[in-house]
Ligand binder design. Structure first.
Ligand code: FEO
Ligand code: CA
Ligand code: CA
Length: 593
């Protein structure tokens, strides 16, 4: 009964003590080379702002051609058969996670997710009068775009008609592998399409991982009396879908094709070097609302993949491969065989630190058996969320990206917990009810990412130190200058800067006053110092990050500028279009240095 008092009072006190003990206030520890840029102030302007001494250039925007025969973006928004065919030849909408694959000096492939579409921007009818052609146009506008880029005179551009250029969409042929293969495929050989490709991962064997997130938004039921199973309900399927595809494409009608849903919600592996390769859905990594897939190779070749499930009160997962990776060896089974674990974070509310463990999601263990509805490992993987609940995983405040500084061999891992307005039952790692700001947590293993146990602490509790009280002021490394909400994208660069991208409330009012548009910050993971590096245009999310080999160009994504018709005209003063931005230092130095 004293819980709230405890949280408001002593919790904040112990947090101050905790951060003081990790030298957060000790300016002596500031590493000048790590965050050596002039910080950018919060902004509500409709443009990308980077620090003094940097430039930001548009590389490609939704609708820009990948092939010479494609037409440029049609500002008239005329959707007909020709427009549908054209959509398969241009950069997709709502760019999200991306990876950079070097080819040779000054040439590379970018693989970029196209997460979803904004009907209110895409169509003159703003989505209110959808037709079959509109749905086919939408299906061709999401998925993944693969494109070759080249650098000439310090400027990157897209190589039209490159043999690598490729679009993967909601109808592309895909195969399925791993323990749930048969159950997903039923009697078919292939599945079709990838959906809601959120963030990403990259393997050392040169493949791209695209992660399927809110796939339920695309399914509905024309039979309004449909009764959903507990598995469907846990994944968020509803009678009325967000996009209305079920009205035009039977495949997305749950009353006719309930099995179709099991074909989505996976991590999909793509070979960007072979445009004819068939993407593979890797079921061993579990089915949930995937964010990114942070892949680490241990010294002995074991592959560890960290993955978050972005839904309120869902979990964090880790896959540990059975097969070892060795340069040049067969990599086709590495992501098919291994153990999937789910995280449990323990401790005391108000300590902001504690310990935790990884719990196996293996059929026949930890009550994952017939009496709980699991008849095979396929059942466990397809319904990983339900399995996680049974084994006692910790409900999290919507885990977005997970990142580890692989180059240093670190056994530390950071994760963004974006926000959780539905948190009514705080726990040590997710200590706030109605968490509107989000936090960044880190955990550390003793010797290896394979360890079953870890210690954890909160790295940053986002908040507003200027108009909030208690925990909503945020941790000591949140200041009037760097305050932000809803951390989402998260990635280390080679030198160990921790880049943070936000997908939050951009109203700039009340509890969010002074935070401005969504932005990107960089943190020193050792000292906890955080500085704003970039601000985005109106109503966008900043998401997706990749570096050139020399770390002198940083590619970032501006997603859905002007969503919900909020009035952006980024980037060209016309229809707002999601875009990839190439950022470089005018003096040619490493980004952030
Ligand atoms: Fe696609 Fe959770 O962001
Ligand atoms: Ca995200
Ligand atoms: Ca998000």
């Amino acid at each position: 009964m004293k819980r709230r008092t405890f949280l408001k009072g002593s919790a904040l006190g112990s947090m101050v003590a905790f951060f003081a003990s990790s030298n957060l206030n000790a300016s002596l520890l500031k590493d000048k080379d790590l965050l050596n840029f002039k910080e950018v102030l919060a902004s509500t302007e409709d443009k990308v702002i980077v620090p003094d001494g940097y430039k930001a250039e548009i590389l490609i925007s939704w609708g820009d051609p990948l092939f010479k025969k494609a037409s440029n973006y049609d500002e008239k928004k005329n959707i007909d058969k020709k427009a549908i065919e054209n959509a398969k030849l241009v950069f997709g909408d709502n760019n999200d996670g991306m990876s950079f694959f070097p080819l040779m000096e000054n040439k590379a492939i970018l693989a970029i997710n196209n997460e979803y579409i904004n009907p209110e921007i895409m169509f003159n009818h703003q989505g209110k009068d959808l037709t079959l052609d509109d749905v086919l146009y939408e299906q061709a506008s999401l998925g993944v775009s693969i494109l070759e880029i080249q650098k000439e005179k310090d400027q990157w551009s897209v190589v039209l008609d490159s043999k690598y250029n490729r679009r993967i969409d909601a109808n592309t042929k895909m195969s399925v592998s791993g323990p749930a293969k048969q159950q997903v495929l039923q009697n078919e050989k292939f599945v079709y399409g990838t959906l809601n490709n959120c963030a990403n991962g990259k393997t050392p064997w040169g493949t791209y991982l695209t992660c399927e997130e809110n796939i339920n938004d695309f399914f509905g039921s024309l039979d309004e009396k449909i009764e959903f199973s507990k598995e469907q309900l846990r994944f968020g399927f509803k009678t009325q879908s967000q996009y209305g595809w079920e009205k035009f494409d039977e495949r997305f009608d749950l009353s006719k094709n309930p099995q179709e849903t099991n074909k989505f919600g996976w991590v999909v592996e793509i070979d960007p070097f072979d445009p004819n390769s068939i993407p593979v859905k890797r079921t061993a990594l579990g089915r949930f609302k995937h964010e990114n897939a942070e892949l680490i190779v241990e010294n002995d070749g074991t592959v560890v993949v960290y993955m978050g499930d972005d839904e309120a009160n869902e979990f964090i997962y880790k896959f540990v491969s059975k097969h070892k990776y060795q340069k040049g060896s067969d990599t086709s089974k590495i992501l098919d065989e291994g153990i999937l674990y789910v995280a449990q974070f323990n401790g005391k509310i108000g300590d902001f630190m504690g310990n935790g463990k990884w719990i196996e999601l293996e059929y026949g263990k930890n009550n994952l058996d017939e009496k709980n509805g699991f008849n095979s490992q396929a059942d466990v993987l397809i319904n990983a969320r339900i399995a996680g609940s049974i084994v006692g995983a910790t409900p999290m405040d919507r885990c977005e990206w997970i990142a580890s500084h692989k180059e240093s061999g670190s056994v530390e891992v950071f994760a963004t917990l974006t926000n959780n307005k539905n948190n009514t039952n705080p726990n040590p790692a997710n200590p706030r009810t109605k968490n509107v700001y989000g936090q960044i947590i880190k955990w550390k293993h003793k010797s290896s990412h394979k360890d079953n146990e870890f210690t954890w602490e909160i790295f940053a509790l986002a908040g507003n130190p200027d108009n909030q009280t208690s925990l909503n002021k945020g941790s000591n490394n949140i200041t009037s200058k760097n305050k932000f909400n809803s951390p989402d994208g998260l990635s280390f660069d080679r030198d160990g800067r921790l880049w943070i991208q936000t997908d939050g409330n951009y109203s700039n009012k009340e509890e969010f006053e002074g935070m401005g548009n969504n932005c990107m910050l960089a943190a020193n993971p050792k000292t906890g110092e955080i500085k704003r590096f970039l601000t985005g245009p109106i109503a966008c999310e900043i998401t997706g990050i990749a570096f050139s080999q020399d770390y002198k160009t940083m590619f970032i994504g501006i997603q859905h500028p002007g969503e919900k018709l909020k009035g952006s005209t980024f980037p060209y003063g016309k229809t707002p279009r999601s875009s990839i931005v190439a950022i470089s230092k005018i003096d040619g130095g490493v980004i952030g240095s």
